[in-house]
Design a binder for this molecule. Structure first.
Ligand code: PMP
Length: 421
């Protein structure tokens, strides 16, 4: 090897890089740093983790019932891993490249076109990849759709809808036209009796309440013909087909069904764009982002890339009709297990509006809940604790939760019940 004074030999002897001793590399005149030839890196290398380390399917993966960030399709994780180190021969990872280069341009364009195919998004709708989470949309929606004195209607079926309503109070005059709070957010109102404000600019719903497990199965129509329906679909986005043309705006944080946290997808009818209140920050103005194809500033590139892989995977599964069938099957066996437990497990949500994504339940003997959650974790089923605001148990079973995960949970529930009668 090279003499002790060269940078390469320094690294080879450096105590912080013992694993590099196993690397072979060809010193290059152009590069003073050692450039490991990754195809020959041994699996014992700790640093860096090379593309050639083979992680086999199922190796150490557990069933993650978290509400979000949530489990992602295994095939997507493995594909991202295989492309991570050197993306499509570019010599760098997606995380390192310019958002204005040709590789990322293809990534974001493909993600958008696959999402358009999945949801059959009409041409007169823009698809935006934004930041700030769905929480930012609680403000962006009124800022883009209303003047400060305009009215907007909110149906509140859970904590997220409530947060959206409260944030809107800063930017317009929202009316709470129905709240499920007194029923502990276990219901959705019949649409006929709703007293909508005739001047409301929009009617806002949260299509699936992640904490309470309440999901709209169909959608109300704004009574004012010029008003539009706006939906927070964060926790059931791409879990089933949706007729986008019924909505003016759909928004969804990615981190439940379609990717890691960091991107919020907004699907907005184009004629609604361009009327933001003058105080609207550029980052919240739909026009700014629509005009620059979501590249006004640096987007969350890696997250968008993973979303693209998820969209391609959903298309490969046969699209959202097939995806919904799988989701209905998974939710069905879990609700059947709860309802068939003679009251040992209880789901408080009215049956007709139970979520296919988030299944909250309690144990009749509430003092057993902690033990239930702990024992499940020991069996490789984690994040089953209900949201801190409601307690109990919550199983989030998004698209990427395999049927096997739900079957394992149901088997565990039956076993646990048998042991605690
Ligand atoms: N809406 C719903 C339905 C949610 O579940 C969440 C997050 N759990 C939010 C909004 C807020 O999303 P974010 O954390 O991305 O701002």
């Amino acid at each position: 090897m090279a003499a002790a004074s060269t940078p390469q030999s320094f690294l080879l002897q450096h105590p912080l890089y013992p694993s590099l001793k196993t690397l072979s590399y060809i010193p290059s005149k152009q590069h003073l740093r050692p450039r490991p030839r990754l195809s020959t890196v041994s699996c014992t290398a700790v640093h860096p983790a090379p593309a050639s380390v083979s992680v086999t399917k199922d190796q150490g993966r557990i069933f993650n019932f978290a509400a979000g960030p949530a489990t992602l399709p295994e095939s997507v994780i493995l594909k991202a891993q295989s492309e991570l180190y050197n993306y499509h021969g570019s010599g760098m990872s997606i995380m390192e490249m310019s958002h204005r280069g040709k590789e990322f341009d293809a990534v974001i364009k493909n993600a958008e076109s696959d999402l358009r195919r999945l949801l059959a998004v009409p041409d007169d709708y823009a698809v935006l990849f934004l930041q700030g989470g769905a929480t930012t949309q609680f403000a962006a929606v009124p800022l883009n759709l209303c003047a400060p004195d305009d009215a907007a209607d909110y149906i509140v079926t859970g904590s997220w809808g409530d947060k959206a309503f409260k944030e809107a109070q800063k930017f317009c005059k929202p009316n709470l036209i129905w709240s499920g709070k007194s029923d502990k957010y276990t219901k959705i109102p019949p649409f006929e009796g709703l007293e909508q404000n005739p001047n409301a600019k929009y009617l806002h719903i949260c299509a699936n309440e992640t904490i309470h497990g309440v999901e709209f199965k169909n959608y109300p129509t704004p009574s004012n013909k010029d008003a539009i329906l706006v939906a927070d679909m964060s926790s059931n986005f791409c879990s089933k087909p949706v007729d986008v043309s019924k909505f003016g705006v759909i928004y969804a944080g990615a981190q439940k069904n379609v990717g890691p946290s960091g991107v919020t997808i907004v699907i907005v009818r184009k004629d609604l764009i361009g009327n933001a209140q003058p105080i609207t920050p550029v980052m919240l103005d739909y026009k700014i982002h629509a005009d620059s194809a979501s590249l006004y500033n640096t987007p969350p590139c890696f997250t968008i890339y993973i979303c693209g892989l998820v969209f391609a995977d959903l298309l490969e599964q046969g699209g959202l009709v097939e995806v919904e069938k799988k989701n209905a099957k998974k939710a069905g066996i879990l609700y059947d297990a709860i309802d068939g437990s003679d009251g040992f497990y209880v789901c408080p949500v009215e049956k007709s509006v139970r979520s296919l994504m988030n299944v909250p339940f309690t144990l009749e003997k509430t003092d057993l809940e902690k033990k239930f959650i702990e024992e499940a974790a020991k069996e490789g089923m984690i994040q089953l604790k209900g949201h801190r605001s409601v307690g109990g148990v919550r199983a989030s079973i998004y698209n990427a939760m395999p049927l096997a995960g739900v079957e394992k949970l149901v088997a565990f529930m039956m076993d646990f019940q048998a042991r605690h009668l």
